[in-house]
Design a protein. Structure first.
Lengths: 315, 315
């Protein structure tokens, strides 16, 4: 497939801190897409966008987003997982555009979009968002400090990957290079399972009755916050990542079989562990980038022939 | 046992909005005890207190608490569960004093203190506190709007129960009348189990590896917050309430066996249910007060011959 005007075709001998950046088109202007579009527009970048909901289009326009069905540059699909595969229907996409998405699972989206888009598709998942949804929950600061998983499959075009990475970095996120399968296993443990546990905890508290719910305080409230999210979103999150989620849930069940004092000690140790960050430079090469992600590190800055980032100390 | 100068020996024919209140002595001046003492002192009430830690005593003195080993009026035991039974050792307690506690389980504390103190003991548990601990976490507003479970056993002296309830109301809490056994079953579901799930989730995420922990965001962070608490506190909380906690955990495991879309829908419904409050007046009588608690209601004001409170609508 044609790859128009790559901006990094050769490694210069010196760092290039600013580079020409492509425009961004965001499809789906709810909390994630709307926040991304607003953050980029606030940074002075040309951003266009589309949403099936006129109210979301109007809200985005108020944030400086040009509303159009013509998509170009880097096209960001920020629609719910169940409609991801058809997100581009009825829209005009520049044939050279790079397409990424913000979906919370990656293998199914890769399966759905990769066949049609080939190496123009780069899967992504910013690890942020709240239980709120819709254009009224748009927050241009949503991505500041967040990790943004970005998929590097064997067939991924590294130049396109870097264009998407640059967008994530531009809104204050740190980029975690992953494969789609690694991503889905990891988020099963830290996202799908917390949603399932929250649902089970709330449902069981409901069984326990009104006195229990009346005494519920901070520990219950925090532990169940995520199940206040739209059930359709949560169901897509867990059902769309069913096998990794089931495996991760089985690990939690095994943990619950341990003697409680041991379980409490280990859980406390993991939750409160703090690792320093060791700065690293990583060449623009798939294996090195994936190794950074696997070690728990992230990319914080893209230079010409390498990226800067960090890994946890002692990792 | 002698009961000096009850302040409510006969029901007057009209409401008595203010009543003479006994002094309060707080044993243990960490987050809960220190916050209670500071809140009462800020309200102009005579408050004394003691802690084995000189730093906690000094911090309480700064909040207007008189530091002494002489305990009188209503004595509040705000020490960790493992040392609750010996909390009064080395201290001088007025023989007419009412003794209450803030421990997170009630049957074991009733067993430990009820034998020695008889009807002078009234078990309590304010449903607040954070994962922080020690005098630096003292917050006089900690109890505002919190539920405060207060045990009404068959042998409880209702006049002493009301003296403790008055203290809870004075610092902005709402009083939930319960039996110790009902309390322990309820908090197993909404406190012990969330702590165990948080520990298992964190431990399993640790197993999943550094990539998973690096991608962990809001859902993991909130779901594991409570396991950042002192492990000794958490272990006492779950081991001290072992049978109810095991039963409540079994209910959560059963929920996790359900089809995920059903589980998500039910958990969401429980978590987001909002009931209005219907004001009620309840006579000062054990069965009526316990019925209020079982229906999910709480006491908000004590009058002469009854209490005012509320129950959830449609309850």
């Amino acid at each position: 497939m044609a790859d128009p005007a790559p901006d990094d075709s050769g490694p210069p001998a010196f760092p290039v801190p600013t580079m020409p950046v492509p425009p961004v088109s965001v499809v789906g202007l709810g909390q994630l897409g709307g926040s991304l579009a607003a953050a980029l527009a606030a940074g002075g970048r040309p951003v266009s966008g589309w949403d099936v909901d006129p109210a979301a289009r109007d809200a985005a326009a108020d944030h400086g987003v040009r509303v159009t069905r013509e998509l170009t540059g880097v096209v960001v699909l920020a629609v719910p997982l169940p409609v991801m595969a058809g997100a581009l229907e009825g829209l005009r996409v520049d044939p050279g555009a790079t397409v990424t998405d913000l979906g919370s699972v990656k293998v199914p989206v890769l399966d759905a979009l990769g066949a049609a888009l080939g190496d123009r598709y780069v899967g992504g998942h910013p690890m942020c968002g709240t239980e709120r949804s819709g254009p009224e929950s748009v927050d241009p600061a949503l991505f500041t400090g967040a990790r943004w998983a970005l998929c590097l499959e064997p067939g991924t075009d590294l130049r396109r990957w870097l264009r998407v990475a640059e967008i994530a970095l531009a809104v204050g996120a740190e980029v975690v290079p992953v494969t789609a399968a690694e991503h889905d296993d990891a988020v099963a443990a830290i996202s799908a399972v917390p949603h399932l546990l929250a649902a089970a905890l709330a449902a069981a508290a409901g069984q326990a009755g009104p006195l229990a719910l009346s005494l519920a305080a901070g520990s219950y409230r925090d532990a169940t916050r995520v199940i206040a999210s739209d059930p359709a979103f949560v169901t897509a999150l867990v059902e769309g990542n069913a096998a990794p989620a089931a495996a991760a849930l089985a690990r939690v069940r095994d943990q619950l079989d341990r003697p409680w004092p041991d379980l409490v000690a280990d859980g406390h140790a993991v939750r409160t562990a703090t690792a320093g960050r060791r700065p690293v430079r990583v060449p623009l090469e798939r294996a090195a980038l994936l190794s950074l992600g696997r070690s728990g590190g992230a990319v914080t800055r893209r230079l010409a022939a390498f990226v800067e980032g960090w890994v946890p100390e002692q990792a």
